[in-house]
Design a protein around this ligand. Sequence first.
Ligand code: FES
Length: 148
Amino acid sequence: MIDLTVNGSAVSLDVGVDTPVLWVLRDHLGLMGTKFGCGAGLCGACTIHLDGVATRSCILPIAAVAGRQLTTIEGLSESADHPLQRAWVEHNVPQCGYCQSGQLMSAAALLSENKQPSETEIDQAMSGNICRCGTYPRIKRAIQQVAV
Ligand code: FES
């Protein structure tokens, strides 16, 4: 059994030690907000927080997170009211929406360690999150709105 905390709740899992965290979240815990994009750590769709740090869950074996704290998009706020989530709505950020939970998790991790990031710091922090619809300008405006 592997014990960890997911969105503030203790969980015990009987899964193979190499199972990627992404599939544990989706298939074993029913948390479908974290998305599969590339499966190779390249696109950012599967981004979660591991002890508060933005992390790719598709290449993270479950054994590596034993005893640690995971947060998914479902746990980012009580009722989708994190300041970034409100800014995302205000700026109509998503187009197809598929990558946006990963985008939000990366943005939230950035602002939790740097409340007023520069444009360059935003670009650097978000550079690993790919959006095929090209919502990058709206993502940046939403982050900048919360950052001021
Ligand atoms: Fe994990 Fe693309 S699905 S980085």
